[in-house]
Design a protein around this ligand. Structure first.
Ligand code: ADP
Length: 368
């Protein structure tokens, strides 16, 4: 099917006489999942006008393929973190959504957060699977697509985002509102920024929930296309309350191959399903091990299992991130791999996942 998409895109003229979208090298990351096709068009500097025109043609050509029902085109450009140009079709549309009505079970209404167009929860069935590392790199991946991004560390048991993002700054407080810290072009907030590393706060159930809600609502996020929420690991009360009370656009589940087999990740899926939060997909982390010395790959925990499981569970598989020393090393240094080696193979995987997530969030919004 991917080949058919490539062929369809070759029919659109672009660049020097006789050239097309594919030969011009501006089409990247074609992905087909079921009847959905997603691809990006890289906008060369100064060619925005031309791309806006061919974008429509490209959409039409791919939509015409038998078996393709929906097409998402993501425009990327060299200008880092620039907002989509006015008047052009922006990145997947993340429209503001009104407050949700009270559900039939009378669960609390999840009121929209002013200025925040979409909220993505990054969750895992248990700790240590790389959820925070994934959240950070997806948030930075979304930013590299030109979106305005916030990152909230809701993992208050072990807030690691400040360390992963390499910031020790404390947020300002103005008019009783917390001003998030800016790092690598995104707005970041973590309970770890408000507490001492030496004397961590011991949170009890109700406190956890109110602290989390406060971080979502009392932080001055400003205008955001996406707020990425690094959820606390697991599927306990705090997670459930967050899933219920925060107007989540969708959730992704991070899982290691063995975690999926041990059904922890399934619990996460079930939790979001129970509270009607769309599951955008599963990300397999620590998939293949790539030896830093010889470059050879070995599947320590098995590989491909997550993709199989995702299929069985009827959830989209968003991608596999290898277990690689660079990812850990850059995290420890506080320069996530998407920043430290932005054109490298790992950054590319995170950016592709970010692109899919952005497209899927646009769809989740439209369905509501
Ligand atoms: P969680 O948020 O699920 O507890 P973290 O993101 O803190 O997990 O990751 C746990 C450890 O695993 C960290 O030391 C991190 O650097 C490392 N790690 C995460 N993903 C990878 C990966 N794909 N390759 C190598 N190390 C990773």
């Amino acid at each position: 099917m991917k080949d058919k998409v490539t062929e369809a895109l070759k029919t659109i003229s672009f660049g020097p006489a006789g050239g097309n979208l594919v030969s011009a090298g501006i089409v990247t990351d074609i992905s087909v999942q079921g009847d959905k096709a997603v691809f990006s068009l890289h906008v060369p500097q100064g060619a925005k006008e031309g791309v806006a025109v061919v974008q429509k043609e490209a959409e039409a050509a791919v939509s015409a393929i038998d078996g393709i029902e929906s097409v998402m085109v993501v425009l990327t450009s060299d200008r880092k973190a620039a907002p989509p140009a006015a008047g052009k079709k922006p990145m997947p549309k993340l429209s503001s959504k009104p407050d949700r009505p009270v559900g039939p079970d009378m669960r609390p209404v999840a009121g929209a957060i002013p200025g925040v167009k979409a909220i993505l929860a990054v969750a895992s069935g248990k700790g240590g699977v790389g959820k925070s590392t994934t959240s950070v790199n997806i948030a930075l991946g979304l930013r590299s697509l030109g979106l305005k991004v916030g990152l909230l560390d809701a993992d208050i048991y072990g807030p690691s985002i400040p360390r992963l993002m390499g910031t020790t700054e404390r947020p300002d407080i103005k008019d009783n509102r917390i001003i998030p810290v800016e790092q690598y072009g995104i707005k970041v907030m973590s309970m770890g920024m408000l507490q001492d590393e030496e004397s961590p706060v011991i949170w009890r159930g109700p406190m956890i929930v109110s602290a989390l809600m406060q971080m979502v609502r009392e932080v001055e996020w400003g205008e955001l296309d996406v707020l990425v929420l690094d959820m606390p690991p697991g599927t306990g009360d705090a997670q459930l309350t967050m899933a219920q009370q925060v107007p989540l656009t969708g959730a992704v589940i991070v899982s290691t191959p063995q975690d999926l087999a041990l059904i922890d990740a399934r619990k996460g899926l079930k939790m979001f399903k129970n509270v009607d939060v769309p599951i955008l997909g599963i990300i397999e982390n620590m998939s293949t091990f790539v030896c830093p010395h010889c470059g050879e790959s070995s599947d320590i925990f098995g590989h491909g299992g997550a993709e199989e499981e995702a299929k069985k569970l009827g959830v989209m598989f968003l991608g596999a991130i290898p277990l690689h020393m660079d990812i850990r090393h850059y995290s420890d240094e506080g320069t996530p791999v998407v920043i430290a080696d932005g054109d490298g193979p790992h950054a590319k995987i995170y950016k592709t996942i970010a692109m899919k997530v952005a497209a899927l969030m646009g769809e989740a919004e439209e369905e509501e």
